[in-house]
Design a protein around this ligand. Structure first.
Ligand SMILES: *Cc1c(COP(=O)(O)O)cnc(C)c1O
Length: 379
């Protein structure tokens, strides 16, 4: 049985009629740019994200870029973020001319280690960007405490964590100054193309974000500030609005799949043999429904690269998020980081492997995945 890492055909198939209807409505209106569909999505998704304001943008990357631009981050400023993340988080810092300061992770959650954030704060630090990796919220109380004490802004990279809840029920993107989300098709709430969102609860900041989304002109063609074209397409907004209704159901299915993997792996004996470690849902006992939304189900394994090759031959999809921590990327060589600077992230980069966890994955398919992994280690 062929088991892909993600099956968008199975995901979108049942929604085809509804999505085509949404397309038709935008087509009939011909309002492709910031039409009523964008506003309609923003109005329903802001409360979902527990934020006062939601602003649809062109991608998750642009959400992060716009956030730093709106906070006035530029040359001479330092921005602290996790080194174990998708490249965009670090890339946008350099793109606004600021200096990224990459910090190691906590090995259990894969998220920013607060004590290492504290150690990285300097007089030049302006912003901290925690990343809620794989769909689990970073330790925000500790990060916000550091930010408040040093008067820093906090931009949450919630691209993988829409709706995910911190231990007391606060949702990803609602706790810092700005929340950044992605509608890339592989995220839990994906568009049928690129898209993203920023959230903010401060009205002045939201106004600024909204203006900078359209080049900073207000009224149009009169510029007090420089923004960009960071608009979300009306068509994508309409698709995302259709899909938002189903998001909580998909999250439940992902959580059930995670629980099922846990029991299958326990039965497999691989954990006792120390071939494999399961992901930990840090807030599983918090009573929050969205303690982890499992954008990815990432295990730690021995002989990771050989296992991945073995699984690929068996047509079982598995992926490495991420093989190289950002502080060791070639393009950041000039920053002077070296191997050993962020040991936990470097270890994670060598051991982590994401398995299929998408909502449509069946118990039978999960059994095949676990069987395949067992065959690799036990022959
Ligand atoms: C996907 C992702 C992004 C970028 O989102 P795009 O919509 O692909 O630009 C940024 N940060 C993280 C952590 C992501 O997973």
């Amino acid at each position: 049985m062929k088991i892909p890492l993600l099956d968008l055909k199975a995901h979108h198939g049942p929604l085809k009629a509804e999505l085509l209807e949404a397309f038709e409505a935008v087509f009939d209106s011909q309002a492709f740019i910031l039409g009523p569909e964008v506003k309609a999505l923003e109005e329903v998704i802001a409360p979902y994200c527990q934020s006062e304001h939601a602003i649809g943008v062109s991608s998750g990357t642009d959400a992060l870029l716009l956030a730093l631009m709106a906070l006035g981050v530029g040359p001479g400023d330092e921005v602290i973020t996790s080194t174990y993340t998708f490249f965009a988080t670090g890339g946008v810092i350099a793109r606004v001319g600021a200096t990224p300061v990459f910090v190691d992770i906590d090995p259990v959650s894969f998220n920013l280690a607060p004590e290492k954030v504290e150690a990285a704060v300097s007089p030049k630090t302006k912003v901290i960007i925690p990343v809620h990796l794989y769909g689990q919220v970073a330790d925000m109380d500790a990060i916000l405490e550091i930010a408040n004490r040093h008067r820093l802004k906090v931009v949450e990279d919630a691209a993988q964590a829409i709706g995910a809840e911190y231990k007391d029920g606060r949702r990803a993107g609602s706790m810092g100054d700005i929340g950044c989300f992605s509608f890339f098709p592989s995220k839990n709430l994906g568009a049928l193309g690129d898209g993203g969102l920023v959230t903010a609860s401060d009205t002045d900041l939201a106004d600024r974000l909204r203006k900078m989304r359209v080049h900073g002109g207000h009224p149009k063609y009169y510029h007090q500030m420089i923004g960009g074209n960071f608009r979300l397409d009306s068509i994508q907004a309409a698709f995302v609005k259709v899909k938002l209704k189903y998001l909580d159901g998909w999250t439940r299915q992902r959580q059930e799949n995670a629980k099922h993997y846990a029991s299958l792996f326990k039965q497999s004996g691989l954990i006792e043999k120390e071939a494999l470690g399961l992901p930990r849902a840090v807030y599983a006992d918090s009573g929050c429904a969205h303690y982890h939304i499992y954008n990815q189900f990432v295990i730690r394994v021995r002989d990771r690269d050989a296992l991945r090759e073995f699984l690929a031959k068996a047509e079982i999809g598995a992926e490495i998020y991420y093989p190289v921590p950002v502080h060791l990327q070639d393009c950041f060589k000039d920053l002077g980081y070296k191997q050993g600077d962020c040991p936990e992230a470097e270890k994670a980069a060598a051991e982590s492997l994401a398995l299929p966890i998408y909502p449509e994955l069946t118990d039978e398919m999960q059994a095949v995945v676990v069987e395949g992994i067992k065959r690799f280690y036990t022959g």
